[in-house]
Design a protein. Structure first.
Length: 140
């Protein structure tokens, strides 16, 4: 059924484009306002609707109806389960554990700081070159 609506929709769209391009524009009668035609108004004669304008109105109505039909079929395929707020998953809050500074091995493996320098230097990420060399020696 959906394929049939798609086919009708495309045919109606092409026919609607063709009918609109075939119609005589009202702006073409602009010269009639300046005395070159028998028209009594600025935008041409305003007579009854002809075959092309009635056909355009019918095809426009069909295009509107097929658009509604396609929207209905699209809604049936991808039906949302609930509102957006009900689909949101909120993670459970976790308690953050305080970070403990790592111990840097130094000359004395039993000491907390590792060297006589303060822990602030090691925690700030700036390690003196002598300590880096000493650390590499102890690890190898």
């Amino acid at each position: 059924m959906e394929t049939l609506v798609w086919v009708v929709h495309v045919i109606v769209a092409i026919a609607l484009i063709a009918l609109v391009l075939l119609q005589h524009g009202k702006g073409a009668d602009m010269g009639a306002a300046f005395g070159s035609g028998s028209s009594g108004s600025l935008f041409g004669a305003s007579g009854s609707a002809n075959f092309l304008s009635r056909s355009t109105a019918i095809l426009a109505s069909l295009f509107f109806l097929t658009s509604l039909g396609l929207a209905y079929f699209g809604l049936q395929q991808h039906k949302p389960a609930a509102s957006v707020l009900q689909r949101v998953v909120v993670p459970a809050p976790t308690q953050a554990q305080p970070a403990t500074p790592a111990q840097v091995p130094g000359k004395d493996a039993g000491s907390k700081a590792g060297t006589s320098r303060s822990n602030k230097q090691y925690l700030s990420g700036r390690m003196p070159l002598a300590d880096v060399v000493e650390l590499v020696d102890t690890l190898s």
